[in-house]
Design a binder for this molecule. Structure first.
Ligand code: DP6
Length: 360
């Protein structure tokens, strides 16, 4: 599908309901999206596990628009309190989605949002948040176009979420989502995320993700700035080639259930992401000493056991530990005994693979 397929047909229904709500999960990339063209067109394809416990719940109340100078009329509340800091990002989102959702300048929208994870946890809420908001808008559009089918609903929701944040396009469905064109996945697209429909080995059922909270402050360099620094990076084209190759390999690994090979691709992807940051111009570093201590402990643990525990990283200092459900008890014991000391206030979040957003 191309851009113009997401331009709405003339509306036949009315916006009757006044409240729309969605719960949308966070996701963790296995092959990373790092580098983009405007607006969130990825430089390489990525694949992610959809999470479950880490999610955003968003309710949008639609009301009459009071006559004003402003093109878009909305208010945003986080945990019941006005959150002015979110307004600029949401204003940009409204502007970007308006060509595809012509009703967004016709009403007033009261957006109420909550995250299941602490907001100062360093876990990005933009993926789950933008996805939840995009889904609320799609529920509105569905009342205006009652014939819309489910496939189009989710494609367009992901397309809109992408206009908010690239990784948000992978938060609408699950358990595995692909964003960006890849030769082995004919349905993949640079415009939206798709649910991975290929074979997935039982080893990955209920795969666990325990997020160790190492640094809970604001990021020093935003993802948007980081993406921009990939343009003109001396390793950029080799990196994009590598991501494509790693994705091909990972699809085989996921099919065969080869956990040893999974560890190698996933950890390498995490380290390359940070290597690109460290070799950008200007260069920067988001890893913290405790991130490295945890990584070394994970390697030591694997060397001393038969474990398939591995780590991955986002654009931050926190560590996601990925492991099969069968290892849950031992790994949680290891975390409690040896890793919590490296976490801010001993905080960590237990999560696992999830199946996507839910209507509230
Ligand atoms: C490191 O989706 O946060 O988490 O598209 O600018 O909003 P924008 O960036 P964002 O980038 C995510 C980068 C990443 C890797 C990934 O999730 O694939």
């Amino acid at each position: 599908m191309i851009h113009k397929d997401f331009i709405s047909k003339p509306y036949t229904g009315q916006l009757e309901e006044t409240e729309f709500g969605w719960q949308s999960p966070s996701n963790i990339a296995l092959v990373k999206y790092w580098g983009k063209k405007e607006i969130q067109i990825p430089a390489n394809p990525s694949i992610s596990f959809t999470l479950d416990n880490c999610h955003t719940k968003t309710k949008v109340q639609v009301g009459p628009k009071v006559k004003s100078e402003k093109e878009f009329s909305f208010e945003v509340l986080l945990d019941g309190k006005p959150k002015e800091a979110f307004a600029p990002k949401i204003e940009t989102f409204f502007k970007r989605v308006q060509p595809y959702l012509p009703f967004v300048d016709q009403y007033h929208f009261k957006i109420q949002t909550t995250n299941s994870f602490p907001h100062s946890s360093g876990i990005a809420s933009s993926a789950s948040g933008m996805s939840a908001l995009a889904l609320c808008f799609m529920s509105m559009e569905k009342t205006l176009l009652p014939d819309m089918n489910q496939e189009y609903f989710f494609k367009k929701a992901s397309f809109l979420a992408r206009l908010g944040s690239g990784s948000a396009s992978r938060s609408t469905q699950g358990p595995l989502m692909v964003f960006g064109e890849h030769q082995d996945i004919p349905e993949s697209s640079n415009l939206y995320g798709v649910k991975y429909q290929g074979e997935v080995h039982d080893n990955f059922n209920n795969y666990q993700d325990t997020v160790l909270l190492v640094d809970v402050g604001e990021k020093k360099v935003s993802s948007s700035v980081g993406h921009d620094l990939v343009n003109g990076h001396p390793f950029a084209s080799a990196r994009f080639e590598q991501a494509n190759k790693n994705l091909s390999e990972l699809l085989q690994i996921i099919k065969q259930g080869d956990l040893e090979a999974f560890v190698k691709v996933v950890e390498s992807e995490a380290l390359v992401l940070h290597a690109i940051m460290m070799s950008s111009q200007p260069y920067y570093l988001l890893l913290r000493p405790n991130t490295l201590r945890i990584i070394e402990k994970v390697w030591e643990y694997r060397a001393n056991t038969n474990s398939n525990l591995c780590f991955t990283l986002d654009a931050g200092a926190n560590v996601h530990l990925l492991y099969p459900e069968a290892e849950k008890q031992e790994v949680l014991q290891f975390i409690r005994n040896e890793l919590v000391v490296y976490c801010k206030n001993e905080q960590y979040i237990c999560d696992q693979i999830g199946f996507g957003a839910k209507k509230l």
